[in-house]
Structures are given as C-alpha cells and as structure tokens.
Write a protein that binds this ligand. Structure first.
Ligand code: SF4
Ligand code: F3S
Length: 107
C-alpha cells in the first residue's frame, strides 16, 4: 500500500502535505507533487492537510484517478525530493476547483 497524489494538485501545489510527512517522500515537479511509493510509510497524516483533497490511499483512489497510481511511481523516480513547504502556485486559486486538469501536468 502507498498514498497517491491525484489530479486536484495540478497547478495548485500547496505543499502543506510535504510539511507533515515524517519521511519526506514527496517529489516535486513544475506544477504537481507525487509520493514515492517506495518511501511512503502509509501513515496518512498528509491526507487532511491538502486543501484540495488530492491525496488518497491507493486502495481508495477513485477509478477515474487510477492512472495517477502509476504516475506517482513513475515521476517519483525522476523528480527531486521537496524538503520544505513553499508558497502555493500563483495559479492555485484559479485551478483549485477545476476538474480534468491532466493535460496541464508539466513533467
Ligand atoms: Fe508521507 Fe505519511 Fe503521506 Fe506517506 S502517508 S506521503 S509517509 S505523510
Ligand atoms: Fe498538492 Fe495538496 Fe500537496 S495541492 S502539493 S497534494 S497539499
């Protein structure tokens, strides 16, 4: 089991999740974070911290978001670890309620 960042994070990247992770297993891309499944200890403390409810246990991910399970694993091998919370993206307010943002994900 692992936890997974899903679509709501795209173009928001609030990073409150990283701030509470005891093992620093979030990896950072230009406009999205992912969780490294090899490092996540399944504690779940990041889940309520995300203002846009982007984080789920892999067993609870909605079927529409299933591609994000593989995407977190794939991108976590490429992107660097984020160690400190930073301000959300300037686009966060505009995109926090937007659905179907997958095409906007920058790698
Ligand atoms: Fe980090 Fe725990 Fe969230 Fe996994 S579930 S990403 S270990 S805070
Ligand atoms: Fe993204 Fe939510 Fe973390 S928007 S950066 S998963 S707090």
């Amino acid at each position: 089991m692992t936890y997974v960042v899903t679509e709501s994070c795209i173009k928001c990247k609030y990073t409150d999740c990283e701030d509470v992770c005891p093992v620093d297993c979030f990896k950072e891309g230009p406009n999205f974070l992912v969780i490294d499944p090899a490092e996540c200890i399944d504690c779940g403390v990041c889940v309520p911290e995300c203002p846009v409810d982007a984080i789920f246990a892999d067993t609870d991910v909605d079927v529409s978001q299933h591609p994000y399970i593989a995407l977190n694993a794939e991108l976590s091998m490429i992107w660097p670890t984020i160690l400190k919370k930073k301000p959300q993206l300037e686009t966060a307010d505009e995109f926090k309620d937007v659905k179907n943002k997958r095409d906007l994900l920058e790698k």
